[in-house]
Design a binder for this molecule. Structure first.
Ligand code: PMT
Length: 222
């Protein structure tokens, strides 16, 4: 059986990659997200017939065929782009590793090496996923990701409830070859009343399996 038309007529918004939070013109705070998981989701969703918009953090990946891509750098820019694209979307999948904190101020000039220590004041970034889930234009299905290094179920279910999601895909990034940067992944997918496992495999295969769960949730038939 093929899933190739399973998302026909659906509009999907996907976030991918890291965000870079600038400290000064030459330094930033970032993380190890390569964008591969989010780009695989965008590619597979397009292959399943969806109209896909991909909001991409700073990554070095080609745009998947048939996908509309918007590049951003900072969490604040990702939020603006996601909210601008939200009207009319059926599904939002947040695979991006958005920085949780950003420098309170970005220095206009390169910070000079004057003292033995340097103190940066960081402030929380807006939670884009929670904002989408509580938005008047909320898509029918809002899917979060959780990158955890232990106690996967507890933290994933906490995020599912707190952010008011339909589904959360948790990856145990303490496992070698899973999650950040690599070509493979494995996910535990939680809804309010079920847990399903997507076994270790290439991110394209894992993405396809997650999108089948999304289609099931939306009751989309072949
Ligand atoms: O990009 P790759 O190298 O392929 O790696 C894939 C991945 C490990 C980055 C991906 O599979 C993944 O787990 N992405 C989410 C990572 C993460 O930031 O998880 P979190 O538990 O910190 O955040 C929970 C959710 O809230 C995520 O859906 C995140 O996009 C969202 N979030 C977080 C903070 C924030 N300010 N706004 C958000 O929208």
């Amino acid at each position: 059986m093929t899933d190739n038309a399973r998302l026909a007529g659906m509009r999907l918004l996907v976030s991918a990659g890291p965000t870079f939070e600038d400290i000064d013109p030459v330094r930033f705070l970032g993380n190890r997200s390569s964008g591969k998981m989010g780009f695989a989701l965008a590619a597979e969703a397009a292959a399943m017939g969806a109209q896909v918009t991909l909001i991409a953090g700073p990554v070095a990946l080609p745009t998947p065929a048939g996908v509309r891509r918007i590049d951003v750098r900072r969490a604040l820019e990702m939020r603006t782009a996601v909210l601008a694209e939200l009207p009319g979307q059926d599904v939002f999948v947040a695979a991006a590793a958005v920085a949780d904190y950003m420098p309170e101020h970005t220095a206009a000039q390169k910070i000079k090496k004057t003292g033995d220590t340097l103190t940066l004041v960081l402030v929380k970034t807006p939670d884009i996923l929670a904002e989408v889930a509580g938005h008047p234009e909320r898509p029918r299905c809002v899917v979060g990701f959780a990158a955890e290094t232990g106690d996967l179920e507890r933290y994933a279910l906490g995020k599912l409830r707190e952010k008011r999601l339909d589904m959360i895909a948790a990856n145990d990034v303490s496992q070698p070859g899973v999650g950040f940067e690599c070509d493979d992944n494995a996910l535990s997918v939680f809804t309010a009343d079920a847990r399903q496992e997507i076994p270790f495999g290439p991110k394209s295969q894992v993405a396809r399996a997650l999108l089948v769960l999304v289609a099931d949730r939306l009751d989309l038939k072949l």
